[in-house]
Design a protein around this ligand. Structure first.
Ligand SMILES: [Zn+2]
Length: 408
């Protein structure tokens, strides 16, 4: 009788456990999963410890010859839920229009706000689910999902409810983030809106979201306003995270350190003092090289300096309709290496164990007791995961011991 509660991944060329400081490579290994959790990782020369299989059950087994098996990808920064797309704006940007000119032509975040307010909750859910399915095909088993295209209490809560429902669909673990302070809506002045976010939206979002985020830029929410919003979030139990120093140096890295943020994203132009403060405070840097590429930004995140300071680096897609339409974490890892200068090891840790740290989750590794969130890839050596540009290496995506996605 095949026992579906026991799964063996046998003959894996390499298992990347991501334990310790490196990739934790185990060559020629078997991964044993029991009741959805990792039971053991054993090299082929050792016998797999038999526990429950002794009672006459035959464990389900998948032959992983020629495959690298690693933790399911964790995507710690996405804007997965939204109405509409912005392809017209993309075309205008390619033709040379600036961010400001596009905003004046009715593009930018506020055009997605209009479409998201107009969309019914079940429509946002169906569209989000289709994107989540695509992410799963690229190996993602955990994804952070931000609100921020409502900019009114009703729509922000609608987006957070959709994020939670997406988590219940079982394709991936979803971590909802409240991002009411993504932009200032039409018809509002900034101080009134900052007050609305802090006093009305945050208390209402507290039961639905795990993180509170803010778009910190001098011309959006400045350092003082961002601090105020993140502190209000903390009072209601929301963990702080921040969009920091993307478009110009705005003191975002300093705010991240000051409020004790779990992570800070973008960081194209952080000050050196800000980076030092982040290192001191243990803030995880979330690198978004796909966005940098998509927008053809002049700056890159200073990864050599981050490495020198010992800052933990995670990598995310930043999937959103305006500044990066990338859903695939393997491609984000490729951009991180080729475009930002991460090592292959840093990039692969960046989309697994370090991405989990950016979400304060105990995940992204393969070790006994942890959930069996795994990807089986069709490459024999981990270097190929970055080397094979644009290739989708994912054959199977496994979440909590169950095969969620199987490549055609
Ligand atoms: Zn973002």
């Amino acid at each position: 009788v095949p026992d579906n509660d026991i799964l063996l991944l046998t003959n894996c060329s390499q298992v990347l456990t991501m334990t310790g400081d490196g990739l934790g490579v185990v060559e020629n290994a078997t991964v044993r999963v029991e009741d959805g959790r990792i039971a053991a990782v054993t090299p082929a020369r050792d016998t797999v410890p038999i526990t429950r299989a002794e009672s006459g059950h035959v464990p389900a087994a998948i032959d992983c010859r020629g495959c690298v098996v690693m933790p399911g990808f964790v995507d710690p920064h996405t804007h997965l839920v939204f109405g509409g797309w912005r392809a017209e704006e993309f075309e205008l940007r390619l033709a040379g229009l600036t961010y400001k000119e596009i905003a004046q032509a009715g593009g930018g975040i506020l055009s997605t706000v209009k479409a998201t307010r107009a969309a019914a909750e079940d429509e946002l859910y169906e569209r989000g689910l289709a994107r989540l399915r695509e992410m799963s095909q690229w190996g993602t088993t955990t994804v952070e999902v931000k609100s921020g295209y409502g900019l009114d209490t009703e729509t922000e809560l609608k987006m957070l409810r959709v994020a939670r429902q997406l988590g219940e669909a079982g394709l991936a673990t979803v971590v909802p983030t409240f991002l009411g302070a993504h932009s200032v809506p039409k018809g509002w002045n900034k101080s009134d809106y900052t007050r609305l976010v802090s006093d009305e939206m945050i208390p209402a979002a507290a039961g639905l979201a795990r993180f509170c985020d803010v778009f910190c830029e001098n011309f959006v929410f400045n350092a003082a306003e961002s601090t105020r919003i993140l502190e209000a979030g903390k009072k209601h139990g929301l963990l702080p995270t921040i969009h920091a120093d993307e478009i110009e140096p705005s003191g975002g890295a300093e705010v991240a350190a000051r409020v004790g943020a779990v992570s800070a994203s973008h960081l194209l132009q952080p000050s050196d003092a800000g980076l030092k403060a982040m290192a001191q405070a243990g803030v995880v840097a979330v690198l978004l090289p796909g966005t940098c590429f998509f927008l053809r930004e002049a700056h890159r995140s200073p990864v050599a300096r981050m490495r020198e300071l010992g800052i933990t680096m995670a990598v995310a897609t930043d999937f959103n309709p305006g500044s990066c339409t990338l859903l695939a974490q393997p491609l984000a890892a490729q951009f991180a290496c080729i475009y930002y200068g991460l090592t292959i090891e840093e990039a692969l840790r960046g989309i697994t164990v370090n991405a989990a740290k950016a979400l304060r989750l105990d995940a992204g590794t393969i070790e006994p007791g942890k959930w069996a969130d795994l990807v089986v890839t069709d490459v024999p050596d981990y270097r190929h995961l970055v080397y094979r540009l644009g290739h989708n290496p994912v054959r199977l995506t496994i979440r909590h011991g169950q095969v969620i996605t199987r490549a055609a």
